[in-house]
Design a protein around this ligand. Structure first.
Ligand code: GMT
Length: 374
């Protein structure tokens, strides 16, 4: 049965907003009416669809408000949209502060509205555990009618750290494998790298948790053995520190800072290997995007990454900070065309078979139906 669904997420940064937006688009394709309720237009909400709507959350400024009360503005907008668009459920992505706002909206609307919270990562592993947020985070998770986590790892951590008296369903992230596929782009490598170079790539929001200094040191070791170029895609607080490191290590000729990019598929299509040596990742959407484009991954054996990357088959996993082992694994893939081709094919197959939109989105629909019937 088609539902009327409100979706709230962080619209501009991070994987949780991307997943929420892709989910909303896919649900609209499948006949549901989807209302995004966010403070800015979600990054990936780029085309018109007759069943997709966007409601901006306006935040009033007033001299007394040193910190404008966003949660209240969001809850008010959620309550309004729920009432006038007759929403069946609100699906919020990233618990803080969205689950608390949804709880308020539900109370305003007289409890008929169902609330589903999807946990994405640092809302649990980092921010949510901070004592300034913990009681509200636990409360709003427990008050949600349904809770999902994007990996088995994240479910485990949530149960351990928060011990909420609620069930958590694992519904992993997904990828549109028709869009995220290796495309052939004439001369792309020639424009980005020296002739004959292997191309390594890292895509992130340049936060400390990504350990980009490790990316640089892995690349340094690789480039000593194999002519190669490193593409750094994205931007964030670590950028200038990493630029400094690249200059210090005399790698400027071989490392390209591309900043934020729209066409990541094109860049991945020119790449031979993705480096993702993060401190932690609840899932690692960047790894899945690369794999869907046939790019093997070298990553940390941490968090949910082992649920995405299979050691020895679609890439290699090593303990956090083990730069030497990661560099050795990278070299072993890059120096053998046969191994690369086998891994590249396995990456694509895994993305299609396990994490494609077609596999995962029906799990959300089934879960919605369960929650509506409860
Ligand atoms: O914690 C973040 O980095 C932000 C968060 C987000 O909202 O983008 O990322 C998390 O959610 C992604 C989508 O589910 C996951 O792919 C990332 O692994 C996860 N990040 C971390 O756990 C560090």
């Amino acid at each position: 049965m088609p539902l009327r669904i409100g979706i709230t997420c962080y619209p501009t940064y991070g994987g949780s907003g991307i997943v929420a937006t892709e989910l909303g688009k896919e649900l609209a394709e499948r006949g549901h009416r989807v209302h995004f309720i966010t403070y800015a237009l979600p990054q990936r909400l780029t085309r018109f669809h007759p069943r997709l709507f966007y409601h901006e959350v306006e935040i009033m400024s007033y001299p007394l408000f040193e910190h404008p009360p966003y949660v209240l503005a969001l809850a008010s907008r959620m309550a309004e949209v729920a009432k006038y668009e007759k929403l069946d459920l609100l699906h919020v992505h990233y618990a803080i502060p969205h689950a608390a706002a949804a709880y308020l909206a539900k109370k305003i609307n007289g409890d008929n509205l169902r609330v589903i919270t999807t946990l994405h990562g640092t809302d649990i592993t980092l921010v949510g555990l901070d004592h300034t947020f913990l009681p509200v985070t636990r409360f709003s998770i427990e008050q949600s009618d349904g809770v999902t986590a994007v990996s088995r790892f994240l479910k485990r951590v949530t149960l351990k750290e928060f011990a909420p008296n609620t069930d958590i369903r694992v519904i992993p992230n997904f990828i549109n494998t028709q869009v995220w596929r290796r495309i052939s782009i004439d001369g792309c490598r020639g424009k980005l790298a020296h002739r004959g170079d292997k191309v390594l790539i890292h895509v992130s929001n340049f936060r400390p948790v990504k350990r980009i200094a490790d990316v640089i040191m892995i690349f340094k070791a690789v480039s000593r053995k194999i002519p190669s170029t490193l593409l750094l895609v994205g931007d964030g607080p670590e950028r200038s520190r990493i630029e400094e490191l690249v200059r210090k290590e005399r790698l400027s000729e071989k490392v390209q800072f591309l900043g934020k990019q729209e066409s990541v598929v094109e860049l991945l299509s020119c790449a031979d290997l993705l480096l993702l040596p993060s401190q932690t990742e609840s899932f690692g959407l960047a790894a899945l995007e690369a794999m869907s484009c046939g790019v093997p991954v070298i990553a940390s054996k941490t968090g949910g990454l082992p649920e995405v990357v299979t050691h020895g088959k679609t890439g290699y996993l090593h303990s956090v900070g083990n730069v030497e082992a990661m560099a050795e694994s990278a070299i072993s893939i890059l120096k053998s065309d046969r191994l690369w081709a086998r891994m590249s094919a396995a990456c694509r197959k895994f993305a299609v078979d396990v994490y494609s939109t077609e596999r995962i989105v029906p799990k959300y629909e089934k879960y919605y139906a369960e929650i509506m019937n409860r």
